[in-house]
Design a protein around this ligand. Structure first.
Ligand SMILES: CC(C)(COP(=O)(O)OP(=O)(O)OC[C@H]1O[C@@H](n2cnc3c(N)ncnc32)[C@H](O)[C@@H]1OP(=O)(O)O)[C@@H](O)C(=O)NCCC(=O)NCCS
Length: 173
């Protein structure tokens, strides 16, 4: 990926997540764009990247052959929010992930947004299951029929996500 694109994508997340979370999530996006298996889906408006979502491998230790991804972060530049950019990147992503044989996608996020695209709360473990205090925020989208029911046990994200604070929903809305 070109440096310009990395800068534009990290700027999307910087602006989308605001003063409190933006700097950290923008740096996270930059870091995970350097991971060889990251999938990055963007939408452009007016010649600039207006929205971006990233997917990284997510592994169930006891089911290593089930192909799962973690969705994070997902953001749209504030001036383009509410005009279909989020929908476009979500729909394009799901189509792409399905085309490469993905079994399931997991997300820890806004429980009112992701269900629009087929995500539903899941009882599978996050990498830090004891820190999940908002059960409905941990969701999964099944892309290969029957794949999620078989999954159980501990999970691993890429190293950038293996820090407890990403998974601690205490105090979040
Ligand atoms: C959430 C976000 C990615 C949505 O992108 P967007 O371009 O504004 O969304 P769209 O205009 O494509 O709207 C798609 C649908 O989601 C709904 N929606 C938009 N933002 C939403 C939100 N924060 N919560 C719930 N639903 C939301 C819209 O009403 C729309 O519904 P419809 O298709 O039934 O009309 C964007 O607002 C954003 O970057 N927010 C700040 C960062 C963030 O919260 N990211 C998600 C963290 S888990």
């Amino acid at each position: 990926m070109k440096h310009n694109d990395i800068d534009a994508i990290s700027n999307v997340h910087l602006q989308a997540f605001g003063d409190d979370e933006g700097p950290e999530i923008s740096q996270l996006a930059r870091d995970i764009l350097g991971h060889p298996n990251t999938i990055s889906i963007s939408a452009e408006r007016d010649g600039t990247i207006a929205g971006n979502v990233l997917f990284t491998p997510f592994v169930f230790a006891d089911h290593p052959d089930t192909k799962c991804y973690l969705l994070a972060p997902c953001g749209v530049l504030p001036e383009y929010q509410g005009h279909g950019v989020g929908r476009e990147i979500m729909e394009d992503s799901i189509e792409h992930l399905r085309s490469i044989g993905t079994d399931a996608v997991f997300v820890l996020g806004v429980p009112t947004f992701y269900p629009r695209y087929g995500f539903a709360p899941t009882d599978k473990q996050t990498p830090y299951p004891d820190l999940l205090t908002i059960a409905e925020a941990w969701m999964a989208l099944e892309l290969t029929e029957g794949s999620i029911a078989k999954l159980s046990g501990p999970t691993l994200a890429i190293p950038q996500f293996m820090h407890s604070h990403w998974w601690d929903t205490t105090g979040r809305d």
